[in-house]
Structure formats: structure tokens, C-alpha cells
Ligand binder design. Structure first.
Ligand SMILES: Nc1ncnc2c1ncn2[C@@H]1O[C@H](COP(=O)(O)OP(=O)(O)OP(=O)(O)O)[C@@H](O)[C@H]1O
Length: 259
């Protein structure tokens, strides 16, 4: 991945489930402390703490409206927290959101694409925004990887839901980010689309990239994560290393958390 060395400052690494155990060598992918967010007078996040090591995948679970998307949007620099501190690959998000955005790719419910531009025009726009080297080649590569060749010159407004989701994945990956934030990322994808994103995710992991993803599929959460964090009423109700969990235990914990 590009640009990693620029952020390798000496921040300590902490396991996701215990902020008090401090290792010393590895920079954290994400460190969130005391995160709060309110919309008007309505508190949504009431004090969230977690950390994610480089190369780790975290599943963020919780009922509809629990605040999962809100956390991902804040981490992506699209929404400001009401309180708390956030570091992404060692960079203080509140001080330098622009720099953080260079390291983050987001696949969300909203595709964040320009409907009037074509597939290729959208990707070129984002590639240039992120100052991607050899933008044309990178865009071409992603169009092919996501199986969008036949739609490359069509406007986004004319694409199907699944094709838009494929393009949203390409946009999220165009600058080869360290951290992928994935909000129910297989929504709308057919079997082939799911196979493609599984391959892309596996390559991201192989390169040492980190992932935070949301899903309502508990089997998928357990299979694809190193750790699980569950939200309830704006707080973390449960966290556990995935390797320590069976699907039955996860279902039980989820049942309690969403009650
Ligand atoms: N822009 C906004 N203005 C006011 N309230 C908002 C806004 N965005 C989100 N909310 C509220 O914040 C709460 C958390 O929403 P969020 O989208 O983060 O939930 P979620 O856990 O991602 O849910 P889901 O599983 O349905 O995707 C909800 O009550 C929602 O209504």
C-alpha cells in the first residue's frame, strides 16, 4: 500500500478488547476514546472506546439505529463527533481529517458517486482527488476487477443497484487505503459480486490492511472478523475476540445486546 511510512509514528498498539494492555511496537489502525455524538439534543453515541490493530478486522454489530453507520461516518471524516478523540493510522482525525481521508476507504449505504458522470469519470475524479499515481491504469484495473467493463462509459444514474455497489467498492479502493470502513458492504451484490469483493478483501488483508465492517449476518461477522464489538443505546455492550467465540455464543450475546 502507498504512503504507509509517512504515518508510522510511535503510537502504542492495544488489543481491541483491553485498552489497558499496551504493546509497544505497532501503530494502531484505529484508536477511539470517549467518542460521543448527538444530533440536536438526541445522544446517539454516549462514550465509545475501542482500538484496532493494523491488519485486523472488526465486526461492528447492533440493532437498527444503534449507531454503527454514525461511527463509520465519523471515522471516514464525513461527520464530526460531539466529543472524544480519534486516531486513524496514528493521525488525529479532528486535527487533520484531510490526511485521514487519504488512508480510509468507505463503502456505505450512500454510494457517494456523481450520478451524471460515467463509471470511468467518477473513478478518475476520485483517483485525481487522492492524487493516485497512474490514475488511468488504476481506474481501468478496478473497472475490470469489479466486472464493470461493459458499463464503463455509462452514467451512474443508469446503473442497477448492484452495479452501483460494485462501483462504490471501486471508489473506496481507488487510493489503496489502509483502512476499509464497510457498512453492510455486500448489499445488492449478486454471487459473482460477492466473490469479487471477498477476493478484494482477502488481498487487502494480505497487504496488512485493516477493516471495520457492519453486518446483521452473525455467521458472516464471526467468519470475517478478528474481533466483535456490539453497540447498544450508544455504548459498547459487548466485545470479544472472534476466535474465542462460537456462533451460539455470539447469537446469545447479540440477543442480549439488541434486547
Ligand atoms: N443526520 C441525522 N440526523 C438526525 N439523526 C440521525 C442522523 N443520522 C442518524 N441519525 C440517528 O442516529 C441513530 C443511529 O443511526 P445509524 O444510522 O448510525 O444506525 P445503524 O446502527 O447504522 O442502523 P442500521 O442497522 O439501521 O443501519 C438513529 O436513531 C438515526 O435516526
Amino acid at each position: 500500500m502507498s504512503g504507509r511510512s509517512s504515518v508510522e509514528e510511535a503510537r502504542p498498539a492495544m488489543p481491541v478488547d483491553d485498552m489497558s494492555l499496551v504493546a509497544t511496537t505497532q501503530i494502531l489502525a484505529v484508536e477511539v476514546r470517549g467518542l460521543k455524538k448527538s444530533y440536536g439534543l438526541k445522544p446517539i453515541l454516549r462514550g465509545i472506546d475501542f482500538a484496532l490493530q493494523q491488519g485486523q478486522q472488526m465486526a461492528l454489530l447492533g440493532a437498527n439505529g444503534a449507531g454503527k453507520t454514525t461511527i463509520l461516518r465519523i471515522l471516514a471524516g464525513l461527520s464530526r463527533p460531539s466529543a472524544g478523540t480519534i486516531h486513524v493510522t496514528g493521525i488525529d482525525l479532528l486535527r487533520d481529517a484531510q490526511h485521514v481521508r487519504q488512508h480510509v476507504g468507505l463503502v456505505a449505504h450512500q454510494p457517494y458517486l456523481y450520478e451524471e458522470l460515467t463509471v470511468v469519470e467518477n473513478l478518475l475524479f476520485f483517483a485525481r482527488m487522492y492524487a493516485v499515481a497512474r490514475a488511468q491504469e488504476r481506474v481501468q484495473e478496478l473497472v475490470e476487477r469489479l466486472g464493470l467493463e461493459k458499463r464503463a462509459r455509462e452514467r451512474v444514474g443508469s446503473l442497477s443497484r448492484g452495479q452501483v455497489q460494485r462501483l462504490a467498492w471501486a471508489r473506496a479502493l481507488v487510493h489503496d487505503p489502509h483502512l476499509l470502513l464497510l457498512d453492510e458492504p455486500d448489499t445488492g451484490l449478486d454471487q459473482e459480486g460477492q466473490r469479487i469483493i471477498n477476493d478484494l478483501l482477502s488481498e487487502h488483508r494480505t497487504r496488512g490492511g485493516s477493516v471495520i465492517f457492519t453486518t446483521h449476518q452473525l455467521e458472516q461477522a464471526l467468519a470475517l472478523s478478528d474481533s466483535i464489538v456490539m453497540l447498544r443505546h450508544g455504548r459498547i455492550a459487548y466485545r470479544q475476540d472472534s476466535a474465542a467465540l462460537t456462533i451460539q455464543e455470539l447469537q446469545e450475546a447479540y440477543g442480549e445486546a439488541v434486547r
